[in-house]
Design a protein around this ligand. Structure first.
Ligand SMILES: [Fe+2]
Length: 337
């Protein structure tokens, strides 16, 4: 079986000619994907090609770049699927009318309602929990905060590391606070975070700063800590599943939809169905995420270190995706940078 996956540079002018694997692929046996998700695509795509004979080509880029490209190309786009991380990016693409609704019992059965949008034009495929992490030497599990709002309290002044406002991860967490706590309370919390925290560029830096004792607590996506523990089982940062009694830990998604102007919508839908079912583990496990499909087992490293049976925020991903601009407004208001 020929290897069929080709990663194209964003500057490539045409997908068509560049990735022939010698198996005589024609247009209706090739799916083209624009993807802002960079993790673990090859294995799942290769397996799909092996199973179906349908080839996959994909183009990686930032979400904004790819959305702009889709918009500019309009009817002439080569993309059959737009794939991205974060509900905000999916909601934005849906708002710009880039997807087509799908009728697929496989998808609606596999993916719970809160992880897809109301007209079934995009579907979450993997779940990432954004939760509280702490230095295991500085704090006992009892001393570690278990709610997002606690990190805004004066006792944590100078002891918190958080991620910058330009990250959709930060934006979606704050959007969920607006939905769960109301706007006024969300402003108070983000104000407290701003007073208390050092703001860093990415989740890995947050984890390393906590490990080095530069801060005691922070908020990151769970899979970054899983990655650190995989590299070094003695890594000094521990995880708390936030909001155990209340609304539950914030859950974001990575997901995809079939583009409105797809040349090959049937095959594109077939790929999404595969990724939501038999392909879940290949798509999800390498990045230590949770399967969106609840029938699929959680990867061992995550199950063993963190467990998967915790109170998850049931907030609809479309709902907090749609609150993105409100989250940006609050950060601007209180000076969260
Ligand atoms: Fe990430």
């Amino acid at each position: 079986m020929a290897v069929s996956v080709a990663a194209l540079a964003l500057t490539a002018s045409a997908c068509g000619a560049s990735s022939s694997s010698g198996s005589g692929s024609s247009d209706d046996t090739t799916i083209k994907i624009y993807t802002g998700r960079h993790y673990d695509l090859e294995q799942a795509f290769s397996q799909f090609t092996e199973d179906t004979g349908i080839e996959i080509e994909y183009l990686t880029g930032t979400d904004a770049e790819l959305r702009e490209k889709l918009e500019t190309e309009g009817d002439n786009t080569e993309a059959d699927i737009f794939m991205t991380v974060d509900a905000a990016n999916l909601a934005l693409a849906a708002k710009e009318d880039m997807f087509q609704p799908l009728e697929s019992e496989t998808l609606t059965t596999a993916i719970p309602e809160q992880y897809r949008n109301a007209d079934n034009s995009w579907f979450g495929l993997s779940l990432r929990a954004r939760t509280i992490v702490y230095n295991g030497e500085a704090l006992t599990p009892e001393e570690a905060p278990s709610s997002y709002a606690e990190l805004a309290e004066p006792e944590w002044d100078g002891r918190v590391c958080l991620r910058q406002s330009t990250s959709t991860y930060t934006q979606s967490l704050i959007a969920s606070l607006i939905a769960n706590e109301g706007r006024d309370r969300a402003v108070e919390i983000v104000q407290g975070w701003t007073d208390n925290a050092e703001i860093l560029d990415n989740d890995i830096k947050i984890l390393e700063s906590i490990d080095q004792g530069k801060c005691d607590v922070g908020i990151t996506n769970h899979y970054y800590l899983a990655r650190k523990i995989e590299e070094n089982p003695d890594f000094g940062v521990k995880l708390v599943w936030a909001e155990p009694e209340g609304t539950g830990t914030h859950i974001n998604i990575s997901g995809a939809g079939v583009t409105k102007n797809a040349d090959n919508p049937e095959a594109a839908q077939q790929l999404l169905e595969y990724l939501a079912t038999d392909g879940q583990n290949l798509f999800v496990d390498g990045n230590h995420e949770f399967p969106a499909n609840e029938e699929i087992p959680v990867v061992e490293l995550v199950e063993e270190n963190f467990g998967s049976d915790f109170n998850r925020d049931q907030l609809n991903a479309q709902e907090f995706g749609d609150l993105n601009s409100e989250a940006l407004a609050i950060m601007d208001e209180v000076g969260y940078r």
